[in-house]
Design a protein around this ligand. Sequence first.
Ligand SMILES: Cc1cc2nc3c(=O)[nH]c(=O)nc-3n(C[C@H](O)[C@H](O)[C@H](O)COP(=O)(O)O)c2cc1C
Length: 368
Amino acid sequence: MSAPLYSLAFRTVFSRMDPEQAHHLVTRGLRAAHRLGAGRILESLTRPEEQLAVQVLGQKFPSPFGLAAGFDKGASAVLPLGSLGFGHIEIGTVTAKAQPGNPRPRLFRLLADQALINRMGFNNDGAAAVRRRLERTRQKVQRLREAGRHAPVIGVNIGKTKIVPLEGAVEDYLTSTRTLAPLADYLVVNVSSPNTPGLRQLQEIASLRPLLRAVQTEADAAAGSHVPLLVKIAPDLADEDIDAVADLVTELGLDGVIATNTTISREGLETPAAKVSVAGAGGLSGPVLAQRSKEVLGRLRERLPEGVVVISVGGVVSAEDVAQRLELGADLVQGYTAFIYQGPMWARRINRELLKLMAQLRAKRGSV
Ligand SMILES: Cc1cc2nc3c(=O)[nH]c(=O)nc-3n(C[C@H](O)[C@H](O)[C@H](O)COP(=O)(O)O)c2cc1C
């Protein structure tokens, strides 16, 4: 669907629907189209150019741009989403036990800000069910790669089951790690979603150190080889806390940091406060997040040793945004909210424009 067509469909159909229903409708449509053989056609239109490929976390990413966690929580549409041109798909957040998430409505659009507020609360089928889906997906990825076709890198993002108390968090994350690490190209410990009570307390170093250490050991043991491990942090952390997380990542020899998750702040919005407050509690995402996300990226890059990966996410809309994050030192870039507003050809458009921008950047660097 072209950008003007999607924009029309968005204005006339999707924006009038409950956002979560619209999400399911689009995902189901994409999966059906894929089953009917549209994957190959889409792929021929959207496959990232070879020059966009980057080597990160010991593997080849077909593009530095990928889909952030939360869109495909249960790994049910990895390949259909990959066929839209994303270089990687981060599935999850997955918890050890299946859980329904918060009561609906729990996803809200702020059209004037092209933003979203969500309090989904890690609705997902649980690690065991997701594992079965990932096993099947992995086999298909293998076949696609053997045939020289595009397949995305698959990241797996894990979080804490809501009913498990914080004291049991490490064991809970370890269950997900054992179950899913063998199927992950990289694993993410999510301690930054605002919608699971107490979760963000795990970002405190005294809690984070034992958690990350345990997951790091378990992931490699379960997979029988090294699984790159990253931690995903909130934009609401104070600068000193970001430095402290960076120092911990260095101390533990972790592979990287994903920055950032959604914010609990409501500052900087165009949408009238009364409308914002109707949405209620939850994480805010979209362009309003970009400034803080870039600050956190800059801070991490300065503090972390070279070689430790930073994945930048938060408010990315255009290829220029992606290029800017790369210039600021990100190794990979992700987006979610703009996908809802821009439609299925978003990644393709970013890849095409990014190719030109990267060529300009290389020429500029080469001429210095
Ligand atoms: C509806 C929705 C659900 C999300 N669910 C998750 C999640 O389960 N785990 C996670 O780590 N991040 C989740 N996120 C956060 C995104 O991965 C991303 O970090 C954030 O939205 C900022 O990027 P954006 O401005 O491009 O959306 C979610 C975001 C949205 C909008």
